[in-house]
Design a protein around this ligand. Structure first.
Ligand code: CP
Length: 315
């Protein structure tokens, strides 16, 4: 594997999940792989889990790790070609990416959607520019349209907790006061499309994700109906895709409550975190024994580690 910017770049999701679960049992087994090599983790946006788990994963593989909060500490980068740089941007990605590539062997990037310019966000300008100019493997730590490292951790977690061969999995929208990106939901959908599962997406009418991503995945507008007999309930807010980046619905009836979880098949509650308690999910659900959000966050280390292992083996 050269880059990891989308879950479809894995040769096999199922094999990768199995390998990650094995790796978890002996996480220092491949410490020799990264010896003498360096990874740069560039954060254009905030993070808790991604930052710490990716750094831990890299260190488990023996990689030197350099972390930079690019958004607050780096020069503002220009990504447009042929532009006269007489405004606020100090450096072009053409130079920045080539310079960074001299200091490391792998670059991992977090750069969220603007939520103001759908075309630019869809073009994945940050990730694609680094792929074009850095000439080293690029890893997506959440981009404008995807969070494949999270989706792989979600797949590992479901494999560990599933009780039937073909579980029912529900991706449910929930309300949120702020405009959030579509990346986590998009990658979760893409990951589920590679799984043998009964997969349903539920959200208010008008909150459809990008149809290029959801394709033929089932959509059920009645949240209670979607929850019936679910083995996993994966909850996430996203802002409106049609009225791009707008919050046009804050209906608190979509919050996940214990009453709704009773409709499931003793279903597990999942969320990528961070989560707003009693907005997205009621305390009684996230504090219940069916909540596996902490275990899910733990698997971020192993999703990152299996991806970095595959990239190192290909260097
Ligand atoms: N789930 C996730 O990516 O968490 P952070 O934003 O804290 O990294």
């Amino acid at each position: 594997m050269q880059h990891y910017t989308n879950i479809k770049e894995l040769d096999s999701l199922q094999e990768t999940v199995k390998e990650a679960i094995e790796l978890k049992k002996s996480e220092l087994k491949y410490k020799f792989l990264g010896e003498g090599k360096t990874i740069c983790l560039l954060f254009f946006n905030n993070s808790l889990r991604t930052r710490l788990s990716t750094q831990k994963a890299a260190q488990n593989l023996g990689l030197n790790t350099v972390v930079m909060n690019f958004g607050s500490e780096g020069w503002q980068l220009e990504f447009e070609d042929g532009i006269i740089m007489d405004q606020d941007k100090s450096e072009h990605v053409i130079e920045a990416a080539q310079v960074i590539a001299q200091y490391c062997d792998i670059v991992a990037i977090r750069a969220f959607a603007s939520l103001t310019d759908k075309d630019k966000d869809s073009a994945e300008i940050v990730i694609e520019s680094f792929k074009k100019y850095a000439g080293i493997p690029v890893v997506n730590m959440e981009s404008a349209t995807g969070h494949p490292m999270q989706a792989l951790a979600d797949a590992i977690t479901m494999e560990e907790y599933k009780v039937s061969h073909k579980p029912k999995v529900v991706l449910s929208w929930a309300p949120h006061p702020k405009a959030l990106p579509h990346a986590v939901a998009n990658s979760f959908v893409e990951m589920m499309q590679l799984q043998d599962a009964d997969f349903v997406i539920t959200h208010p009418e008008g909150y459809e994700l990008d149809p290029e991503i959801t394709k033929n995945s089932k959509i059920e507008y009645n949240q209670n109906k979607a929850f019936e007999n679910a083995d996993f309930v994966y909850v996430k807010n996203w802002s409106n895709f049609k009225e791009y980046g707008k919050v046009v619905n804050k209906d608190t009836n979509w919050m996940v409550t214990a009453e709704k979880m009773k409709l499931t098949n003793n279903g597990k509650f999942m969320h990528c975190l961070p989560v707003r308690r009693n907005v997205i999910v009621a305390d009684e659900v996230i504090d219940s024994e069916n909540s596996i959000v902490i275990q899910q966050a733990n698997n971020r280390t192993y999703s990152a580690q299996i991806v970095l292992k595959k990239i190192l083996e290909n260097l």
